[in-house]
Design a protein around this ligand. Structure first.
Ligand SMILES: [Mg+2]
Length: 275
């Protein structure tokens, strides 16, 4: 635990809020010794206009169990979606999943771990933001329980208005409460408890069977994934950014199709070996 806390501190200190744009090559081929952590939206699946519009195609539904088999179960989904939502999306798969940016997770042994924040102030914020979203076409408030997400992908012209409004509402609603912060993403801003992120949850998995003593590999596409990139880099692993933009990751793949191809290569080698 002490080691993990020290590692989490190192991650925060290493995380650059404004990484410089740089060229990154594709990651090496995956191998049997990897522990694989995968973001969902924009990484495994193409982004949709709303979270509900995204669906899992047969290709990726078939690929994930193959990867999990090849890596002895060391495959976890790391998402901003709630765990229940991710389970709904990947119905029938029972992979380890971390939801709400690490506020909740299911370990490989099926045990559940939740870090529920103090909800003081969140009630008022929920009410205010529900009214705000109702006043503007194209805005959608998603209540995940411990986090609130305001989606504006369908109304990109409102981006700066949304960011400004959330900052002022957050200040008013939780003025006496520290420990909350805004997490920007692609067409989305989330209000989430501080101190938990995709990096801390990956480090938790890395202390457990079957992830421990493997090479951590994390693939993600958005700002919230930067925490995970730094965590696996500090732990000596591979961080793979999907798409363009500045990043702390040490490798890059251009899009979801390239991620699928890279992952499939490991699955194909597994099939080839069996035959
Ligand atoms: Mg994503």
């Amino acid at each position: 635990m002490a080691d993990r806390d020290a590692l989490a501190t190192a991650v925060r200190e290493s995380l650059s809020a404004h990484p410089r744009p740089s060229r990154r090559g594709p990651p090496p081929p995956l191998h049997d010794g990897c522990a694989l952590f995968l973001d969902i939206d924009g990484t495994l699946l193409e982004l949709g206009p709303t979270p509900d519009s995204v669906s899992v195609d047969a290709g990726v539904a078939a690929l994930l169990p193959v990867l999990a088999g090849r890596l002895h179960g060391a495959v976890a989904l790391i998402t901003g979606r709630s765990m229940a939502d991710a389970d709904r999306l990947f119905r029938g798969l029972s992979l380890p999943i971390a939801g709400q940016h690490g506020l909740e997770r299911r370990a490989a042994d099926g045990s559940l771990h939740r870090h529920l924040p103090s909800l003081y102030g969140l009630e008022r914020l929920r009410r205010d933001l529900t009214e705000f979203a109702a006043r503007h076409d194209g805005l959608m408030l998603e209540d995940k329980g411990a986090t609130l997400a305001l989606h504006y992908r369908q109304a990109p012209r409102l981006a700066s208005h949304v960011h400004r409004t959330l900052r002022s509402h957050l200040a008013a609603a939780v003025a006496s409460e520290s420990g909350w912060r805004l997490q920007p993403g692609k067409g989305i801003v989330e209000v989430k408890p501080d101190g938990r992120d995709k990096g801390t949850v990956i480090l938790e998995y890395m202390e457990e069977t079957p992830f421990s003593r493997r090479l951590p590999v994390f693939v993600g596409d958005d700002k919230t994934d930067e925490y995970g990139f730094v965590a696996v880099t500090v732990a000596g692993g591979w961080a793979v950014k999907v798409g363009r933009g500045p990043t702390n990751a040490n490798y890059r793949l251009p899009n979801v199709a390239a991620v699928r191809k890279w992952l499939t290569a490991l699955g194909s080698r597994a099939a080839g070996r069996k035959s």
